[in-house]
Write a protein that binds this ligand. Structure first.
Ligand SMILES: NC(=O)c1ccc[n+]([C@@H]2O[C@H](COP(=O)([O-])OP(=O)(O)OC[C@H]3O[C@@H](n4cnc5c(N)ncnc54)[C@H](O)[C@@H]3O)[C@@H](O)[C@H]2O)c1
Length: 348
């Protein structure tokens, strides 16, 4: 194996540029080539980055210089491209959601396990500074007994965002709406920081867009650690606002919006709290709340670097398939509650 991992990208649409740019700057990997079912899109991207493009998926998979792939096709097609990639021995960085049902997620995980390739589902927000700091505070027991862990995503997507796409806003390929597509990062962070869910109850509706899936959803959640929370998500709230998470325990509360901390208070303050407050308080950018391209590429760059380093050194990636499955399990439970009008209970 070379000193850098050769990557290929499958799907040359909106998010693929974030991956390609990160690979260009990477110390551990480089972009070899691109495949898209639409050859024009693949050729355009290949020209922009000075890399190969392929007419057939088989040719892409047969390129020995490609050791790992980014999957950036519509969400409900991730399995269809991931499983052959795993069988061809490629390590996989798969855009969120890993897939849109638990059965399809499990099939990807099983294919990666069977072929001894690494799988890293993209949840770039886990790499952000506030998230890392809150997670550390939680692991250190600074919150005391956890009582509330809630999230609010009041975002805006215009009509063209859905009407200009063949797959967004459909059950078959998006797998859901504001919750599955946009809020999945927020859901992942709730679980990453506060642990597994026990029970949910949800309402959902399509209030302002002509789409099959929900553009607004509200859920109440009980976690396995006994704490409660609310989850509010929307793509109808013009002009779009920063997403917000808040964690409270008997000994402290932390809130953060995008990459800024807005509350950091503990009953037992530590000297480093002042540094955190000085460095991470400040004006909050609405970021992805207003348009999908507004997100920072820093998180993608860190996750790509992590997977490439894991491949080169033979370790597990920071985030693996089973971790990526957890948010989808919670999302599917929330949808089931909204559909049946009954609480949904998660197995142990
Ligand atoms: N991590 C994030 O914050 C983030 C942000 C946006 C999108 N995404 C995810 O990235 C994925 C792609 O989203 P997008 O906005 O770039 O979509 P997009 O519609 O802009 O691009 C998808 C591309 O995939 C191609 N494609 C479709 N079927 C294919 C197939 N079978 N084989 C090869 N190519 C195929 C299309 O031609 C298109 O070029 C989705 O799963 C989405 O949820 C993640």
């Amino acid at each position: 194996m070379g000193t850098k991992v050769g990557f290929g990208i499958i799907g040359a649409g909106m998010i693929s540029g974030f991956h390609a740019k990160a690979m260009k700057k990477s110390e551990n990997c480089y972009l070899v080539g691109v495949y898209d079912a639409n050859p024009v899109a693949a050729e355009r991207m290949a020209k922009e980055y000075g890399v190969r493009h392929y007419q057939k998926y088989e040719d892409f998979l047969a390129d020995p210089e490609i050791q790992a792939v980014t999957i950036a096709v519509p969400s409900g097609l991730h399995g269809e491209v991931a499983i052959p990639a795993a069988e061809a021995g490629k390590h996989i960085l798969c855009e969120k959601p890993l897939e849109i049902t638990l059965d399809k997620v499990d099939a990807i995980i099983a294919a990666c396990d069977a072929n001894n390739v690494l799988l890293s589902p993209v949840f770039q927000s886990r790499f952000s500074k506030p998230v890392q700091l809150v997670k550390q505070a939680m692991q250190a027991g600074r919150f005391g007994r956890m009582v509330l862990a809630s999230a609010q995503m009041r975002w805006f997507r215009d009509t063209a965002y859905y009407s200009g796409s063949t797959w967004r806003g459909t059950w078959k390929l998006d797998g859901g709406g504001a919750l599955m597509n946009q809020a999945i990062h927020t859901i992942d962070l709730l679980i990453f920081i506060n642990g597994a869910p026990k029970e949910v109850f949800a309402f959902s509706g399509t209030l302002t867009h002509s789409i099959e899936v929900e553009d607004n959803l509200c859920a109440a959640i009980k976690y396995r650690n006994g704490s409660f929370g609310t989850i509010e998500v929307s793509t109808s709230c013009a002009p779009g606002f920063p997403r917000r998470l808040e964690f409270s325990g008997s000994a402290g509360t932390v809130a953060f919006e995008e990459s800024k901390i807005t509350r950091w208070e503990f009953a037992n303050p530590l000297p480093e709290d002042e540094t955190i407050i000085n460095e991470l308080f400040g004006p909050v950018n609405a970021a992805g709340g207003r348009a999908p391209m507004n997100i920072s590429s820093d998180g993608h760059a860190m996750q790509i670097e992590d997977l490439a380093d894991a491949i080169l050194t033979g370790r597990r990636p920071f985030l693996d398939g089973r971790e990526g499955r957890r948010a989808i399990e919670l999302i599917c439970g929330i949808y089931e509650s909204a559909r049946t009008g009954k609480p949904f209970f998660f197995g142990s």
